[in-house]
Design a protein around this ligand. Structure first.
Ligand SMILES: Cc1cc2nc3c(=O)[nH]c(=O)nc-3n(C[C@H](O)[C@H](O)[C@H](O)COP(=O)(O)OP(=O)(O)OC[C@H]3O[C@@H](n4cnc5c(N)ncnc54)[C@H](O)[C@@H]3O)c2cc1C
Ligand SMILES: *[C@@H]1O[C@H](CO)[C@@H](O)[C@H](O)[C@H]1NC(C)=O
Ligand SMILES: *[C@@H]1O[C@H](CO)[C@@H](O)[C@H](O)[C@H]1NC(C)=O
Ligand SMILES: *[C@@H]1O[C@H](CO)[C@@H](O)[C@H](O)[C@H]1NC(C)=O
Ligand SMILES: *[C@@H]1O[C@H](CO)[C@@H](O)[C@H](O)[C@H]1NC(C)=O
Ligand SMILES: *[C@@H]1O[C@H](CO)[C@@H](O)[C@H](O)[C@H]1NC(C)=O
Ligand SMILES: *[C@@H]1O[C@H](CO)[C@@H](O)[C@H](O)[C@H]1NC(C)=O
Ligand SMILES: *[C@@H]1O[C@H](CO)[C@@H](O)[C@H](O)[C@H]1NC(C)=O
Ligand SMILES: *[C@@H]1O[C@H](CO)[C@@H](O)[C@H](O)[C@H]1NC(C)=O
Ligand SMILES: *[C@@H]1O[C@H](CO)[C@@H](O)[C@H](O)[C@H]1NC(C)=O
Length: 382
C-alpha cells in the first residue's frame, strides 16, 4: 500500500479511494425517541440529509410525565417529541418516516439500505442506531397496566411524586438492596420488599456481596422482607384521579395479593426487572454487543461496524435516561458529520498519490480537534 501521511490520517489510501457513494441520504437514523431526535437535530443544523425512522414504540410511553430533563421537567413525553420534531423540521433536511424498518443492511461498501414493510428502501452513507430498550416485565396480572403509573423503576424519574409513601419493592431480593439505598431516607422510609420467593441462598450471598451488613441496615431502617409468592397486583386508586398538583404528589394505591391468600397495601412500587434491545436491527447489522447493549466503547460512540453509531438506552454507556439519550445523540451527530466531511475532504487531490497534504487540512484539524484524532483512531480500528 502506498499511502501518504495526510490520507493515512483518514485511513484511506489514494490508491483505494473510490467515488463517494451516491446515496439518497447522508444518514439513516433509527428511532424517534430523544436519542434519535437529538442526532437528527445535530445533523440538520449542519445541513446533512437525514432519514429518521420511527415505529412509534417509545420506552417512556407508559409514563404520565417525564422528569429530570432540565428545561422540560414534568412534560408529557409525546409533547416533548412533537416539539423536537417541529424544531428539527424547521431546517428542512430531515425526512420523518413513521414506519418500522424491517431490514437494515450494508448493501455496498459505504452504503446502508433500510427497507420498510411495503418494500420501499432508503440508502445512506451512515447509520445512527437509537432504537432503544424495552422493559421485560413478568406476566403478573395487573403489573404491565400499572407500569409507569405508580409502578416505577427509576427514583429520579418518578420517586418525587411518591415521596413519603409506603413503597413496595419488586424483583430479586439482592436488587432490592440498591432500591433501598436510592430511596431511603430522602424519598421513602416505609419500604417493604416483596421478594416473591427469591429469598434464596444465591440471592442471600449476592446481597451479602453488596453489603455484608445488609440485614442490620434493613432492621435499622425498619425495612421488611416478605418472601411470599406474588399472585397479582391490583390497583385500588389512581394518582390520575387523586393527586395534589401544587406539590406534585400522586396518590396511587395498590393491593398486592399473595398465593397464600394474604395481601398487603402500598402507595407505589419500585421494580427491578430486566431490559432487552427493543429492535433486532443492531443484531442484523452485526454490531458487537456487550452485556446486551450495543458496544460503543470505541471513541465517538462508534459501533464495531464502520459507519454505524449507537446512541441512547441501547448503547453500552449503560445509562438509560433522557438527558443521556440526548447527549449521546448529539455526540454521535458531531462525529458522524465530521466523518462524512472527512471522507469528502479525502477525495480532494485523490488523483495524485504525490500530494503530501490535503488542502485545508490544518484548518479542519484545528476546528475539529480531538474529533479528528478519534476518526483516525476509529478508522484504524475498523
Ligand atoms: C416508565 C418509564 C418512565 C421513564 N421516565 C423517565 C423520566 O422521567 N426521565 C428520564 O430521563 N427518563 C425516563 N425514562 C427513560 C427514558 O424513557 C429513556 O431513557 C429514553 O426513552 C431513551 O431514549 P431512546 O431514544 O434511546 O429510546 P426510545 O425513547 O425508547 O426510542 C426508541 C425509538 O426507536 C424506534 N425503533 C425501534 N426499532 C425500530 C425499527 N425497527 N424501525 C423504526 N423505528 C424503530 C422506536 O419506535 C422509538 O422511536 C423512563 C422510562 C420508563 C420505562
Ligand atoms: C423550509 O421549506 C419551506 C417550504 O419550502 C420554506 O417556506 C422555508 O423557508 C424553509 N426553511 C428554511 C430554514 O429554509
Ligand atoms: C438484509 O438482511 C436481512 C437479514 O439478514 C436479509 O433477510 C435481507 O435479504 C437483506 N437485504 C438486503 C437488501 O441485502
Ligand atoms: C411505502 O411507504 C412509504 C412511506 O410511507 C411511501 O413513501 C411509499 O410511497 C410507499 N410505497 C408503496 C409502494 O406503497
Ligand atoms: C414471581 O416469581 C415467579 C416464579 O419465579 C415468576 O413467575 C413471577 O413472574 C414472579 N412475579 C413477580 C411479580 O416478579
Ligand atoms: C387479584 O386477586 C384478587 C383476589 O383473588 C382479585 O380480587 C383481583 O381481582 C385480582 N386482581 C387482578 C389484577 O387480577
Ligand atoms: C416498621 O414498619 C412497620 C410496617 O412495615 C410499621 O408497622 C412500624 O410502625 C414501623 N416501625 C417504625 C419504628 O417505624
Ligand atoms: C433474579 O435472579 C435470578 C437468579 O439469580 C436470575 O436468573 C434473574 O435474571 C434475576 N432477575 C432479575 C430481574 O435480575
Ligand atoms: C456496561 O455494562 C457491561 C456489562 O454489562 C460492561 O461490560 C461495560 O463495560 C459497561 N459499560 C460502561 C461504560 O460501564
Ligand atoms: C481525477 O481524474 C479524472 C480523470 O483524469 C478526472 O475526470 C477527475 O475529475 C479527477 N478528479 C479529481 C478529484 O481531481
Amino acid at each position: 500500500m502506498h499511502c501518504l501521511s495526510a490520507l493515512v490520517l483518514f485511513g484511506i489510501c489514494a490508491t483505494t479511494l473510490a467515488q463517494l457513494s451516491n446515496t439518497q441520504y447522508d444518514v439513516i437514523v433509527i428511532g424517534g425517541g430523544p436519542s434519535g431526535l437529538s442526532a437528527a437535530s445535530g445533523l440538520s443544523r449542519v445541513l446533512r440529509k437525514v432519514a429518521l425512522f420511527d415505529s412509534g414504540e417509545y420506552r417512556n410511553n407508559p409514563t404520565r410525565h417525564m422528569h429530570d430533563v432540565i428545561g422540560s421537567d414534568h412534560v408529557v413525553p409525546a409533547e416533548f417529541r412533537a416539539a423536537a420534531r417541529s424544531q428539527i423540521a424547521f431546517y428542512n433536511t430531515t425526512t420523518f418516516i413513521d414506519k418500522t424498518v424491517v431490514s437494515l443492511n450494508a448493501t455496498a461498501p459505504g452504503v446502508f439500505t433500510a427497507t420498510i414493510a411495503n418494500g420501499s428502501s432508503y440508502s445512506a452513507r451512515k447509520v445512527i442506531l437509537g432504537s432503544g430498550m424495552k422493559d421485560d416485565l413478568p406476566p403478573v396480572p395487573g403489573l404491565r397496566e400499572a407500569f409507569g403509573k405508580g409502578v416505577y423503576w427509576c427514583p429520579w424519574c418518578d420517586g418525587f411524586e411518591h415521596r413519603d409513601q409506603t413503597i413496595g419493592v419488586l424483583g430479586n431480593l439482592s436488587d432490592a438492596y440498591d432500591s433501598v439505598r436510592e430511596l431511603h431516607p430522602t424519598l421513602n422510609k416505609d419500604i417493604r420488599i416483596f421478594a416473591n420467593g427469591t429469598n434464596s441462598p444465591a440471592q442471600l450471598s449476592r446481597i451479602a456481596g453488596k453489603n455484608p451488613k445488609w440485614s442490620a441496615v434493613f432492621s435499622t431502617y425498619n425495612i421488611t422482607v416478605n418472601n411470599n409468592a406474588i399472585m397479582n397486583i391490583t390497583r385500588v386508586q389512581s394518582g390520575e384521579d387523586v393527586h395534589d398538583q401544587a406539590v406534585r404528589k400522586e396518590f396511587d394505591k395498590f393491593r398486592v395479593y399473595f398465593t397464600d391468600g394474604s395481601n398487603d397495601e402500598v402507595g407505589a412500587f419500585m421494580c427491578n426487572y430486566g431490559t432487552s434491545q427493543a429492535s433486532r436491527l443492531p443484531d442484523q447489522l452485526g454490531v458487537r454487543m456487550i452485556g446486551g447493549k450495543i458496544d460503543t466503547t470505541a471513541p465517538g460512540l462508534r459501533t464495531t461496524v464502520k459507519g454505524v453509531w449507537g446512541v441512547g438506552d441501547a448503547n453500552s454507556d449503560n445509562s438509560t435516561n433522557v438527558p443521556h439519550a440526548m447527549g449521546s445523540g448529539k455526540k454521535a451527530a458531531v462525529y458522524c458529520h465530521v466523518e462524512l466531511a472527512s471522507e469528502e475532504l479525502a477525495q480532494i487531490g485523490s488523483n495524485s498519490t504525490r500530494r503530501t497534504a490535503v488542502p485545508g487540512m490544518d484548518h479542519v484539524e484545528r476546528e475539529m480537534g480531538r474529533a479528528v484524532e478519534d476518526i483516525y483512531h476509529g478508522l484504524r480500528m475498523a
